[in-house]
Write a protein that binds this ligand. Sequence first.
Ligand code: FAD
Length: 351
Amino acid sequence: QTPARRRVQVLVIGGGQAGLAAGYYLRRAGLDFAVLDNAEAPGGAWQDYWESLRLFSPAAYSSLPGRPMPNQPGHDAPDAAHVVDYLTEYEKRYELPVHRPVQVHAVHDTDDGGLLVHTDDGTWHTRALISATGNWTRPFVPAVPGQQLFGGRQIHTRGYRRPEDFTGQRVVVVGGGNSGAQIAADLLGLADSVRWVTRRPARLLPDEIDGRALFEIATRRVQDDGPRISDLGDIVAVPPVRAARAAGLLDDQPMFDALTPVGPRFRDGSIWPADAVIWCTGFRPALAHLAPLGLRTGERDRIATAGTRAQSDPRIHLLGYGDWTGPASATLIGVGRTARQAVAEITELLR
Ligand code: FAD
């Protein structure tokens, strides 16, 4: 097929874990499909995570549908490189038709009721589309007065690799979620000082809540008979975070009001001299390619969904991103179920 005339029943955009889980069920449903991914290599965002990061659950509870994730020898919880190997192997094993690197720019309606997908490698025509582009490519940093005045280094979670890059430095870590807690704990011992600031007091989940328990809680929530995860806490108590908290080395403090040339300034007027600020302030969904469709949107750049389906367009499904596309849809263990649901609905639509 020439680049301008490719035609499939279903196109998946994004070849991370969510795109692959979709591919698994599309293959089983016997549909004609392709996956477009802008990365050079398999693995999605896992290729970019920091070196010390470990999964918040054992391999057995971090699997996509079909092939279980093998254990990583010597590790209770695997590292990101192990997940990349697993996803690479998964893609091969199920012979998923992933095209990369292909950047999707925009999706438009066609006169025949289909969708035309414009990429940096020509166009594709499809009848239904699964968007699985994740959040990683859209780091979010809140606006804070004086941000441009600060003379030190500022990076986002996305740019963090290893604590050695901050040896001997005074570092301020911003953000009360998993990344903030884990990066602050990671820096201890190598940075000169680590100060962790959060907009509201940091809340660790009970020790026994790992990835599997999160999935189960999210699932019970669908039946409306369990607590919300957010009622229980925000941060998974992975061993390094738990240990640093227990040692009194990881206490969070309220967020600062402004940045000055030398460091953050707090409500009481005090200034902490700092060499670096690490913004662990989250991400937004990477959905710019869907803008031309004018789908109904929700808060924080989200698209309004019913399950995985865009409320205003049954041809479009969203996978991953966050719980707003299904319980635990943005986790390895959780995305399979939402992928199955999306493919079942698409199969019905195409019938
Ligand atoms: P991604 O992995 O981001 O994949 C999306 C793919 O789409 C990427 O290859 C991207 O480059 C591509 N793409 C984006 N835009 C376009 C475009 N316009 N055209 C073409 N391609 C595009 N989950 C767990 O289950 N266990 C954990 O322990 C865990 N730890 C985490 C730790 C951190 C620090 C973070 C940030 C997340 C963690 N998660 C964990 C959550 C989740 O598993 C990951 O975020 C996961 O990478 C999400 O997969 P995805 O397929 O939705 O998105």
